[in-house]
Design a protein around this ligand. Structure first.
Ligand code: FES
Ligand code: FES
Length: 216
């Protein structure tokens, strides 16, 4: 009986020993961390680190740039070599501009730059300081593409649609009366995982007719 009890208790003892060790390790870690924080705050700042933080502040101040998005000038704090996609999404809150591949393959991040459909994941902000940038929010509600997209109920999940609509708007502004094959070629490089391309084609024909009625 005694032997049996020993057998049962031995793993429990081992476990409790391990727990004690972990508790000790945990306390030492917290203590060490507290000491590091405390000493960081107490140590006088060396001349070099003061100079470094001044340079850093100066650099931060120099990050202010102004972008024209949807007809409005918008000051923004961003490095000049930041992809436009991230400034539009993270700094300015235009989350209609979608991130997917990040390497100009899918078209989800498409915006209009001076009227031309461009992939914002590969455009740096310092390239567009003098440009007019348009996201889907910037197309008027009665724009033929917006009206046609609603009429033909194009989107399924909707994720790809802002980029695709802007690419369509650019294409139709250059090709007001496109044939099926021209639409296929123009929209072949934007990806819709829901398979909305047949409806995109119908909507583009309708948008072309609506634009013609509006006088171009
Ligand atoms: S995220 Fe820019 S093209 Fe795919
Ligand atoms: S509608 Fe879902 S990805 Fe295009």
């Amino acid at each position: 009986m005694q032997h049996h009890m020993k057998k049962v208790l031995s793993p429990l003892k081992k476990f409790s020993g391990m727990t004690k060790k972990w508790m000790l390790y945990w306390r030492i870690s917290i203590w060490k961390h507290a000491m590091i924080c405390f000493s960081d705050h107490r140590q006088p700042q060396s001349e070099q680190s003061a100079a470094e933080s001044l340079t850093c502040n100066a650099r931060e101040e120099n990050h202010m740039i102004t972008l024209t998005v949807n007809g409005k000038k918008r000051p923004v704090d961003a490095d000049p070599d930041t992809p436009l996609l991230w400034v539009l999404r993270d700094n300015l809150g235009f989350t209609s501009v979608k991130y997917t591949c990040g390497i100009s393959e899918c078209g989800m991040c498409t915006v209009l730059i001076d009227g031309e459909a461009r992939r914002s994941c590969i455009v740096y902000v310092d390239e567009v300081l003098e440009s007019d940038i348009t996201t889907i929010e910037g197309l008027p509600a009665d724009h033929p593409v917006k009206v046609a997209w609603i009429e033909k109920q194009v989107p399924q999940c909707g994720y790809c649609q802002p980029g695709i609509m802007l690419q369509a708007a650019d294409f139709l502004s250059r090709e007001p009366n496109p044939a099926d094959t021209q639409i296929d070629a123009a929209m072949d490089n934007v990806i819709c995982r829901c398979g909305s391309h047949p409806r995109i084609k119908q909507a583009m024909h309708l948008a072309a007719r609506l634009a013609a009625k509006q006088g171009g």
